[in-house]
Design a binder for this molecule. Structure first.
Ligand code: NAD
Ligand code: ZN
Length: 365
């Protein structure tokens, strides 16, 4: 097992530089070289400050700035990153840090895992989603024309440093999307955390101790699941709660200028997963209303009706949904629930029952 520290708190840029300096010192490295992989938005907001801190620690930085956005998770961007790191003559013992959201984290981690068969890697996530989800667990990768995240590796960082103040510049919509994934941990297996968020969720949006506490708890919940199932042979699939319906909606709206962002699609997806569970008589429908009320209180969408773009019919939605899945013997695997924080992996969901459910939902619009 790989152990590493996750450092979470306000104003960590100075501490990050010192931590990286200590890593080099431990290795007895004289020259300290660090590739900083970041995107255009994060670079214009924070790269100068970060560079100043690193320079104080005598760390030579090689900045690698990619275009902001999901389209950078591509072979061509990966190649540019690799070229820049090799041409700067970084060695195996040198470090790569991903300084940005999940896009930069996935890209940088994948580059680190294949350059010189594995360079030292650090995560410095700057979005809420990256701090509570993508920077923990060691999945890295890029997209292929056949689908998202189909090329990649499992590669653990030396450490994760999450500066909670850096989230203050995140657009509200991105923040809310990350918040949906935070609620997800409550709905998977942490009912007390969900109740705590019902009381304190608004405060997560403001910088302070509640935000830090919520991020610490979320990382712990994810780390616990990952520690029990690093390579996703079982339980780790619970993290996909809301994601089967969510990816379906993301894809269905992706050609539209009013498209949903990932966390918004997952919010609606989690509601759909609960509605589907209610239809199978697994839960009391009152639970759905409770979750909906919480999402609404922070401005997240909850219904198909909340989606501005026009949705395709149920059959088309089914093909989008099935693309995402291994259909074995005509059965779908879904994450369903038996109650608040009681999600489970349901392996024998019939595609017909899902189709009927989607038809009903579309009729309600
Ligand atoms: P992102 O990296 O695109 O960041 C969202 C936007 O916020 C970008 O425009 C970015 O430039 C901007 N931004 C980042 N930090 C900022 C800051 N501090 N202030 C202002 N703007 C800032 O998207 P994301 O939501 O962080 O991550 C999504 C990606 O994460 C997807 O590609 C997804 O597949 C991946 N992901 C990976 C895992 C995993 O386990 N590896 C898990 C979940 C998601
Ligand atoms: Zn997600």
């Amino acid at each position: 097992k790989h152990h590493y520290d996750i450092i979470i708190g306000p104003n960590l840029m100075t501490q990050a530089a010192l931590q990286i300096e200590r890593f080099f010192q431990k290795q007895g490295f004289h020259q300290k070289r660090l590739a900083v992989i970041t995107d255009t938005n994060v670079a214009s907001l924070y790269l100068d400050r970060f560079r100043t801190e690193l320079t104080k620690s005598k760390i030579h930085i090689v900045p690698v700035v990619v275009e902001a956005g999901e389209q950078s998770k591509s072979f061509s961007t990966l190649q540019t990153i690799i070229d820049q790191i090799l041409s700067a003559r970084l060695e195996r013992g040198d470090y790569i840090i991903s300084f940005g959201g999940g896009v930069v984290g996935d890209l940088g981690g994948f580059a680190a895992s294949i350059i010189r068969r594995g360079m030292n890697f650090i995560q410095m996530p700057t979005t809420l989603l990256a701090q509570i989800d993508s920077s923990v667990g060691g999945k890295t990768g890029i997209n292929s024309r056949y689908g998202k995240n189909l090329i990649g590796s499992f590669y653990q960082p030396r450490c994760v440093i999450a500066d909670t103040c850096i989230l203050d510049t995140l657009p509200q919509r991105e923040f809310r999307a990350g918040y949906a994934e935070m609620v997800k941990y409550g709905l998977i297996n942490q009912p007390d955390f969900f109740e705590w968020l019902e009381k304190n969720g608004q405060e997560v949006f403001h910088n302070g101790s509640i935000r830090t506490e919520a991020i610490v708890c979320s990382c712990q919940f994810k780390a616990d699941i990952v520690a029990r199932d690093e390579y996703e042979t079982g339980e780790r699939a619970l993290l996909n709660l809301g994601h089967t319906f969510g990816h379906m909606l993301e894809t269905a709206t992706s050609y539209d200028s009013s498209r949903l962002i990932h966390g918004e699609a997952v919010a609606i997806g989690m509601i759909l997963a609960h509605q589907f569970s209610a239809q199978l008589n697994l839960i009391d429908p009152a639970l759905i209303h409770r979750i909906e009320a919480h999402f609404k209180s922070v401005g997240l969408p909850t219904k198909l009706k909340d989606i501005p773009s026009e949705l395709p019919n149920a059959k088309t939605l089914m093909t989008l949904l099935a693309q995402d899945k291994k259909i074995s013997q005509n059965n779908l695997t879904f994450i369903l629930t038996r109650g608040l924080g009681q999600s489970f992996i349901a392996k024998n969901v019939s595609p017909d029952s899902v189709l009927t459910f989607l038809e009903q939902k579309l009729a309600e619009i």
